[in-house]
Design a binder for this molecule. Structure first.
Ligand code: F3S
Length: 388
């Protein structure tokens, strides 16, 4: 891999220890994947934030990087393990909270924007078509590649941090035109609604695995697309998809590509796979984090209704969206907690809850393994009707 004189200096440690470590990591990644050089990035988004997922080993790494490391490009953070204000109400213990806040302080020291969300593109970190970025949240990076037309590989937490600190990433994979072409055509049966796109995504990811599907007959609903991106990334490691007339890069030809039809029967089969429990003690909505429009739609539906069940309900969103919706969140608070900075998967809910219901196929795919939960997947309406 060709390095510029400045990059060679970083690798030799002349710009400090954090830059040296970061450059070593990027050179190792670039060598493994056959990159010819490093390319500049315009932003980074980091995972590896919850104390539950990174533990003390992750803290040791961050402490070392934060000694002299500073991010070189605008950098945002994924959700952490708790709402920074309401962690006691979530049932989180003092020790977890202290370690979690320590992690956030380390990122802050490195200059990272610590509003923790998996939808940074709804706030300040919204890359434009053709920008090279290094993002590490699978749902967000897929949205960035597929809907915004930016370019990122599926980064891990340390790789994205290394890119943020050097302002560069190895030039391979989805940074290259030749790897951004569809591998399959997906036709979605008429009558499948936007609320079900998460289930469509889970179905496609499960059936095709890592691929670049081109969707026909889907339309352009940003909230539906964020759910689709999240579900496909979780079930099939899909880092990019294309939607007819939506994705900025449209293919010249689809000739000869295998076609997958997603039918009502497929969606029903996916629902039954994602229902391993039936009496939820937690209903969690907002994976990926709720957008302003989703919060307004939820509040519009719930306003004037009454909660008739004691089941705990979480609406997960970003602090930025939370700030924009004061009236609507007051409505939602009558039915549950509007939580910021966190989500049902990265919070330590194991031991606190046994059966979690969610409208997100991604959450329902991860909750059994990461949180020891039985799950109940349903549309938002189905879940809310359980408490009305
Ligand atoms: Fe976001 Fe958590 Fe889902 S990070 S995509 S809400 S699992």
């Amino acid at each position: 891999m060709q390095l510029t004189p400045e990059e060679q200096e970083m690798l030799a440690g002349r710009h400090g220890n954090a830059k040296r470590k970061a450059m070593e990591l990027l050179v190792a990644l670039g060598t493994i994947y056959g990159a010819d050089r490093l390319i500049p990035i315009t932003s980074a988004h980091l995972s590896g934030v919850s104390y539950k997922t990174i533990g003390e080993g992750g803290i040791d790494f961050l402490e070392e990087m934060a000694r002299d490391g500073k991010v070189a490009v605008p950098t945002t953070l994924n959700p952490m393990g708790m709402d920074s204000q309401r962690w006691r109400e979530m049932g989180i213990g003092e020790r977890f909270a202290e370690r979690q806040l320590h992690i956030i302080s380390l990122y802050e020291r490195m200059g990272v924007d610590v509003s923790c969300t998996c939808t940074p593109y709804l706030l300040t970190n919204r890359p434009k078509v053709g920008e090279h970025i290094a993002w590490a949240e699978s749902s967000a990076l897929s949205f960035a590649n597929s809907v915004l037309g930016a370019r990122t590989n599926r980064e891990g937490g340390p790789g994205a941090l290394a890119a943020a600190i050097t302002g560069r990433t190895p030039n391979y994979g989805l940074h290259l035109d030749r790897n951004r072409r569809p591998t399959h055509v997906v036709e979605v049966e008429e009558g499948i609604t936007r609320e079900e796109w998460s289930l469509v995504g889970h179905t496609v990811g499960r059936k095709l695995g890592a691929c670049i599907p081109f969707f026909r007959g889907l339309g352009n609903d940003a909230n539906g697309l964020k759910s689709l991106a999240a579900a496909m990334a979780a079930s099939g490691s899909v880092a990019m998809f294309m939607v007819d007339k939506v994705t900025p890069e449209q293919p010249d030809s689809l000739e000869g590509l295998p076609v997958l039809k997603v039918t009502r029967k497929d969606v029903e089969e996916t629902v039954s796979r994602l229902r391993t429990g039936d009496r939820p003690d937690l209903i969690a909505i907002g994976c990926p984090h709720l957008s302003e429009r989703e919060i307004k739609e939820l509040a519009g539906y719930l306003d004037g209704k009454e909660k008739r069940s004691g089941v705990e309900v979480w609406f997960c969103t970003s602090k930025g969206v939370w700030l924009r919706c004061p009236k609507e969140r007051a409505v939602l608070e009558r039915f549950g907690k509007v939580l910021c900075d966190t989500c049902m998967v990265v919070a330590p809910i194991e031991g606190l809850h046994q059966v979690t219901a969610s409208d997100s196929a991604k959450a329902c795919a991860y909750l059994p393994g990461l949180c020891s939960q039985k799950v109940f997947c349903g549309t938002q309406r189905e879940l809310l009707e359980m408490i009305l």
